[in-house]
Design a protein around this ligand. Structure first.
Ligand code: GTP
Ligand code: MG
Length: 197
């Protein structure tokens, strides 16, 4: 079966700062969440074979809106603002959280939230909090352990097992990935296709 992610064309559509700006709920959608600087935008770029469609940040916390990308006319990828960046003022932080949580809770066409986690780091409380919140709200999600190229080959399985244990995941439930090498891309696409249905 051909994947919706296989399309040759992808376009930036819109940046959303308020719920009222959300595009109509007409086609399936996959959202990408994770800590600031974890590699959300890089993962999306790799997934759709665009080097620079999605802005890669040099400064963490750069993506401050929900950014919608249309893939082949029939799928949205949504780059969410990163969390866990201390320098963001509390007022802005609260506004984001409100927008993001209401989006995640209410979006009818949302098929999956890809939760991106750095393979190098241990279990961070905010990642665990997000995963447990998604579980409690019964929002489908897929954990992806990224930056795998930064971990030595013989350490990768060990690091992944630590994260699995911390998040309460089986290894079949998550994907290892590298935006730099493209490792894990096929598995990621196969996994996402199952959510899109
Ligand atoms: N080596 C390596 N570097 C990566 C990988 N993914 C992302 N990076 C680097 O990590 C930094 C942050 O990447 P972004 O994709 O901008 O991260 P982000 O999560 O979108 O960041 P915010 O939008 O600020 O939350 C950049 O310097 C990327 O080049 C990866 O798989 N391997
Ligand atoms: Mg980003």
């Amino acid at each position: 079966m051909k994947s919706l992610l296989d399309s040759a064309n992808s376009d930036f559509v819109t940046s959303v700062f308020k719920t009222a700006q959300l595009p109509p709920e007409e086609i399936p959608e996959i959202a990408f969440a994770g800590r600031s600087n974890v590699g959300k935008s890089s993962l999306i770029n790799k997934l759709i074979n665009r080097r620079k469609l999605v802005k890669i940040s040099s400064r963490p916390g750069k993506t401050q809106s929900l950014n919608f990308f249309l893939v082949g006319e029939s799928l949205y990828l949504v780059d969410l603002p990163g969390y866990g960046f201390a320098k963001v003022p509390r007022k802005i932080k609260n506004d984001w959280q409100g927008l993001i949580s209401s989006y995640l809770l209410n979006r009818q066409t949302l098929c999956c939230v890809v939760v991106i986690i750095d393979l190098r780091h241990g279990v961070k409380p905010q990642d665990l909090e997000l995963i447990n919140w998604l579980r409690a709200e019964e929002i489908p999600f897929l954990p992806v352990y990224t930056k795998m190229d930064k971990v030595k080959k013989n350490q990768q399985a060990r690091q992944a097992a630590l994260l699995d244990a911390g998040f309460g995941l089986g290894e079949w439930e998550r994907v290892l990935f590298s935006a730099k090498t493209g490792a894990g891309k096929e598995k990621l696409i196969t996994a996402l296709d199952q959510f899109i249905g």
